[in-house]
Design a protein around this ligand. Structure first.
Ligand SMILES: NC(=O)c1ccc[n+]([C@@H]2O[C@H](COP(=O)([O-])OP(=O)(O)OC[C@H]3O[C@@H](n4cnc5c(N)ncnc54)[C@H](OP(=O)(O)O)[C@@H]3O)[C@@H](O)[C@H]2O)c1
Length: 263
C-alpha cells in the first residue's frame, strides 16, 4: 500500500501504542505503521494472535513490545501505558479495542449490552485518561479514539453499540478542544463497514464494505494530517451526517429499515 505524502506539518509518530492490535483494524494499523525506526506497543487479549501480528511487524523493521490485558482493567491498562511511555515517550495512542453484538457471538441482549457499553466506553476511558496524564508530562502527543459511523446517531439496528460509539465520538470531539492548549491532538475515527471478525457475523449485505488494509491507510493518513474526524467512506459519512441532522419524524422511518444483527 502506498504511503501518505509527508509535509512539514505532518505528524510522524515514532512511538505508537495500539489497543486491540491482535485482529482486524488494529492489526492492520500495526502493520501500516511498522517500519524501521518505529516502536510499536501492541495490546490484546489473545496471546497467540497478538504474537503473530508482532512478528509480522518486526519483519518490517519495527521494534515491538506486546501487552496482554483486558482494557476493562483500569490499573493494568494504565500500567501498560506507563511502562510503554518509559521505554519511549508515546507520540500516538490509538484506543481501538472494541466489541459488538456480532463479535460477542450474540445479538444485542441484556448481557451483551453490558459488555458492549463496558468495553467500548470504559475500555476507551481506561486507555485515554492515563494517556492524557503521560502526554501532559511529555508536553505533547496524539490520541485517537475509535468510534464508528454508527456513532453519528443512535441506531435501532444496534442500540448499545451505536450508543457506545456516540459517547466515544462526543468525548473525543470535546477532548480535542479541551487539550488543544496543551499540545495534545485528539482525533476521532469513524469507519463504515470494514471486513474484520467483528463484521464477519453480519448476515446482511454491508454497503461499501472495505478491507482493513485500505481502512488503515485512510486512518494513518487522517492522523498524519491531524484531522478532527476521520470518517470514511465519504459517501457513508455524508449519509450518516444527513440522517443525524434530520428531524426524528423523518429519520425514524429510514433507520427502522436498517437490517439488524441476526446472530
Ligand atoms: N469492523 C468494522 O466495520 C468497524 C467499523 C467501525 C468501527 N469499528 C471499531 O473498530 C475497532 C476494532 O474493531 P475490528 O472490526 O477490528 O474488530 P476485531 O477484529 O474483532 O478486533 C477487536 C480487537 O479489540 C480487542 N478487544 C476486544 N475487547 C477487548 C478487551 N476487553 N480488552 C482488550 N482488547 C479487547 C480484540 O482483542 P482480542 O481478540 O485479543 O481479545 C481485538 O484485537 C472496534 O472498536 C470497533 O467497534 C469497526
Amino acid at each position: 500500500m502506498k504511503q501518505p505524502k509527508k509535509t512539514s506539518k505532518t505528524r510522524d509518530p515514532k512511538s505508537i501504542f495500539i489497543t486491540g492490535a491482535s485482529s482486524g483494524i488494529g492489526r492492520a494499523l500495526a502493520l501500516a505503521y511498522a517500519e524501521q525506526g518505529k516502536t510499536l506497543f501492541l495490546c490484546g487479549r489473545n496471546e497467540g494472535r497478538l504474537a503473530r501480528v508482532a512478528d509480522s511487524c518486526r519483519k518490517k523493521g519495527a521494534k515491538v513490545q506486546t501487552y496482554i490485558f483486558d482494557v476493562n482493567d483500569t490499573g493494568v491498562t494504565a500500567g501498560a501505558l506507563d511502562d510503554a511511555n518509559r521505554q519511549r515517550p508515546l507520540d500516538l495512542v490509538i484506543a481501538n479495542a472494541g466489541v459488538s453484538g456480532g463479535s460477542l457471538g450474540a445479538k444485542e441482549n441484556a448481557l451483551s449490552t453490558q459488555a458492549i457499553l463496558q468495553t467500548n466506553i470504559w475500555g476507551v476511558v481506561n486507555t485515554v485518561l492515563p494517556t492524557i496524564e503521560l502526554m501532559r508530562r511529555n508536553k505533547k502527543g496524539q490520541i485517537a479514539l475509535m468510534s464508528s459511523m454508527a456513532g453519528y446517531r443512535g441506531l435501532p439496528s444496534c442500540p448499545a453499540y451505536s450508543a457506545s460509539k456516540c459517547c466515544v465520538k462526543a468525548w473525543g470531539e470535546a477532548l480535542r478542544g479541551f487539550l488543544k492548549q496543551e499540545d495534545i491532538d485528539v482525533n476521532v475515527i469513524c469507519p463504515g463497514f470494514i471486513a474484520t471478525p467483528l463484521t464477519d457475523a453480519n448476515t446482511f449485505k454491508m454497503p461499501f464494505l472495505m478491507d482493513s488494509e485500505r481502512a488503515a491507510y485512510i486512518i494513518k493518513k487522517g492522523l498524519s494530517q491531524n484531522k478532527p474526524i476521520i470518517a470514511f467512506p465519504s459517501i457513508m459519512a455524508f449519509g450518516s451526517w444527513l440522517v443525524s441532522a434530520l428531524p426524528s419524524f423523518l429519520s425514524h422511518p429510514i433507520l427502522n429499515r436498517l437490517p439488524r444483527k441476526e446472530q
